[in-house]
Structure formats: structure tokens, C-alpha cells
Write a protein that binds this ligand. Structure first.
Ligand code: PGA
Length: 245
């Protein structure tokens, strides 16, 4: 493993969630007004659950953090139950008291999505950049909605979802036809600017791609492989996901 990557292999998803929550909480204690990059999907849910509990027992104060989410579906608004704005509000922000004005998520229903991308990128810079960025990884190696491509995506952009991602995310929608086909996503460059990256991977379905991302060639066909070039990446994987590391 590269020396800029710190790898923790833990027993299972529960242990992953616990370790990730403790690490996140420790960072918030050190930097309570910091800028935190957050992810959606199934993987960070256990970590968010624990942060909610820690916040309810006053072990952590998240009321001063500034949050920037990785991405949002285009064509649905923040009140849609499958929007990432709704996910974040219900799974983390409301129960931990992250102030509305500190919750930054691209507007999927923005009248001009391209302008929304540019504005989002500016907001991150104006906030002073991201201290800790949480990431999941798609089975095709995507991070955010940066799908396999011929070049690495730069800044926040309007991105088409890969067929594999539409399939994977259809589990959250009534029908696969309801899955949005586009998203606004931080780019690889945006993600790489974060001071520290926390990548979470759980389950056997992530094992092959995690091996490729961390140990294979650096290629835009495996967007997460760019992380090999970042100076400070922490990976928490359960045994099943770490099988090939
Ligand atoms: P998951 O998604 O956490 O639901 O597996 C990860 C991703 O697609 O980035």
C-alpha cells in the first residue's frame, strides 16, 4: 500500500461505521468550525447513525460545521425523498443541528445546472476548501458521480450517470426509469483538493474495485484510482471489501 494511504481493515460493516464515526467525531472536536465534505449512499449511513447518537449524548457538537455534499441528482428538488438533500436532512443534518445555512448541496432543480456547478465550486473555495472529505466508491470505481471516462473530471460538473450506476441506484426508486440520468458532482480535482480523504468501502461487491483503485494503474477508467496521487487518504474497509488488498 502507498505510504500516503492509511488502511484500516475492520471486521464488518458495524465496525466500519463505528471507526468512521469516531474518526469523524475526533476531527470535528479538533476543528468544530471546519468544512466537511459528505457523501450519500448506503455506506456512510451507519456512520451517520452513530454521529446522530453521539450528538444526542453531547459527545460531539456539529452545530458549527460547514458541510458540502459531493453531488445531487439533476431534475429533482430538495423535497424529493430520493434527493440527496432529503437524505442528508433526514439522516444527519436535522438530528445533529447542522444549521440550514451551513448545508451546501448542489441544487438538482437549478434552472441553469452549469451555472450551479460553477457557483458550487466557488462556494467551496470561498469557504476555505474542504478539511475532511468522506467518500464511498461505486462498483465501477466512481467517486461522487465521476464515472469511468477517458479523462479525469476537473471541477464540479454536470455529469451523466453510467448505466451500472443507474442500475445500482434503481433500488431506491419505484422503477429504473425513475432514476435521474444526470447529476451535479464535485469533480475529481475538487475532491483531490480536500486536505484529508476518508474512503469507506463495505462488502464483497466492492472488493475487486477497491483493489484496482488503490493498487492498480491510475486511470480515469477507475476514477477512484486518482486517490493514489492524494497526499492523505484514510481507507476504512471491512474484511469483505479488503479481500484483495
Ligand atoms: P453505496 O454507493 O454506498 O450505496 O454502495 C457508493 C457510491 O456509489 O459511491
Amino acid at each position: 500500500m502507498l505510504k500516503n494511504i492509511t488502511l484500516y481493515v475492520v471486521e464488518d460493516y458495524n465496525a466500519l461505521s463505528q471507526k468512521a464515526a469516531l474518526l469523524f467525531a475526533q476531527t470535528v472536536k479538533t476543528n468544530p468550525t471546519g468544512v466537511y465534505g459528505l457523501a450519500t449512499g448506503s455506506t456512510p449511513e451507519g456512520m451517520y447513525d452513530r454521529l446522530v447518537k453521539m450528538s444526542q449524548t453531547n459527545e460531539i457538537d456539529m452545530t458549527k460545521i460547514v458541510a458540502f455534499n459531493l453531488d445531487e441528482y439533476v431534475s429533482i428538488g430538495p423535497d424529493h425523498t430520493q434527493s440527496y438533500a432529503y437524505y442528508m436532512a433526514t439522516k444527519l443534518f436535522n438530528a445533529t443541528g447542522v444549521p440550514i445555512q451551513n448545508r451546501n448541496i448542489p441544487r438538482g432543480d437549478a434552472p441553469d445546472p452549469h451555472n450551479e456547478c460553477a457557483e458550487y465550486e466557488k462556494k467551496i473555495v470561498n469557504a476555505g476548501g474542504i478539511h475532511l472529505q468522506v467518500l464511498g466508491i461505486g462498483t465501477n470505481g466512481h467517486i461522487g458521480f465521476n464515472e469511468p471516462a477517458d479523462t479525469f473530471a476537473g471541477q464540479t460538473s454536470y455529469a451523466a450517470l453510467a448505466e451500472e450506476t443507474i442500475q445500482a441506484n434503481s433500488r431506491f426508486f419505484d422503477s429504473i426509469d425513475d432514476v435521474p440520468k444526470f447529476a451535479i458532482s464535485m469533480g475529481i480535482q475538487t475532491i483531490m483538493m480536500a486536505e484529508t480523504i476518508l474512503l469507506l468501502a463495505s462488502g464483497e461487491s466492492k472488493a475487486k474495485i477497491l483493489g484496482e483503485a488503490l493498487q492498480g494503474p491510475i486511470t480515469p477508467q477507475v476514477p477512484a484510482s486518482a486517490l493514489q496521487l492524494h497526499r492523505n487518504v484514510i481507507v476504512i474497509a471491512d474484511k469483505a471489501a479488503a479481500k484483495f488488498l
